[in-house]
Design a protein around this ligand. Structure first.
Ligand code: B12
Length: 240
């Protein structure tokens, strides 16, 4: 599969607002190479090219909007296509050691960059996680409330900008104030953390992953560290 040529075609489709053609191209790539390979070798590099244009003010808001819609179309194609390489992958049904694979995901307070978060949710689901996706602009208290109520062992925050990434500190404070540190882990990610990795610890994150494909391994490492004392058990022991 000639991904380089496909990237250039997809790029042109997005720039010219040909959403239907873009979706057809992505569908064709998924059928031939699989969902993950299409994300890694076609959609992400194309979005990165568009991101560069955005940085140099050469991408209009409308073109950014079309890119978002194309990414949404791709996410809707998330279930492995029968007969595609991904269809051979199966999630293990063996009993789990430690807490269940439950995570809560959101964009940080004031952050409206939905694409990265949606991709992380999709890849976690493909790996057997139950993901509560709370959407954009979520307050720290609401996020931790939801994590406790669903028994999550990881919360994932996506933030694209320094201003919104700073709101991760509020989530850290909520987790610590409720005595959940070491039980409910805080994963962070997004463009700003890729550009400035030192922010992960500065803002109280427990760890990050560069791409949605790497997120399941990060979340699994947190689940194992949470070692059977997840937020749900904490909520139960706190109950009268
Ligand atoms: C598309 C886009 C938008 C779209 C978003 C559409 C949508 N529905 O999502 C719109 C037009 C709405 C937008 C608005 C704005 N944007 Co904007 N936007 C972008 C752009 C071009 C691409 C972001 C994107 O979707 N990338 C593609 C996804 C797939 O990549 P990703 O988000 O990085 O996610 C991957 C990883 O980071 C990781 N990941 C992501 N989240 C998480 C979470 C966890 C837990 C983990 C483990 C991993 C992980 O996995 C993902 C998939 O592999 C970036 C440029 C860039 N280089 O990132 C600017 C950018 C982020 N935007 C920027 C700005 C300034 C703005 C605005 C303030 C513009 C304005 N003046 O209004 C507003 C702010 C809106 C807000 N309050 O949130 C700046 C931020 C600068 C900064 N560092 O502070 C950037 C960097 C552009 C720039 N260089 O100036 N934007």
């Amino acid at each position: 599969m000639d991904f380089a040529a496909m990237q250039s075609t997809l790029y042109d489709h997005i720039m010219e607002a040909r959403r239907r053609e873009a979706a057809d191209l992505l569908g064709e790539a998924i059928a031939g190479a699989g969902y993950e390979a299409t994300l890694l070798s076609l959609l992400e590099p194309t979005l990165a090219m568009l991101g560069e244009r955005w940085s140099s003010n050469a991408l209009s808001l409308a073109q950014g909007f079309v890119a978002g819609k194309v990414a949404e179309d791709f996410l809707a194609m998330g279930a492995p296509v029968p007969g595609s390489p991904d269809a051979r992958e199966t999630v293990s049904r063996e009993p789990l050691a430690g807490p269940a694979r439950i995570a809560v995901i959101a964009n940080a307070e004031d952050d409206y960059h939905a694409m990265g978060r949606s991709l992380v949710s999709t890849f976690l689901r493909l790996r057997g996680w139950q993901v509560e996706d709370m959407g954009c602009d979520v307050l720290a208290g609401d996020l931790v409330d939801r994590a406790v109520s669903v028994g999550a062992c990881v919360v994932g925050i996506s933030a694209m900008m320094l201003t919104t990434a700073r709101n991760v500190l509020k989530v850290r404070a909520e987790i610590d104030a409720r005595g959940l540190a070491g039980k409910l882990f805080l994963a962070v990610g997004g463009a700003v953390f890729r550009m400035r990795p030192e922010l992960v610890t500065e803002l109280g994150g427990d760890g990050t992953a560069e791409t949605a494909l790497d997120a399941p391994a990060l979340f699994e490492s947190f689940r194992l560290r949470s070692a059977g004392t997840g937020a749900a058990s904490q909520a139960e022991s706190a109950a009268p």
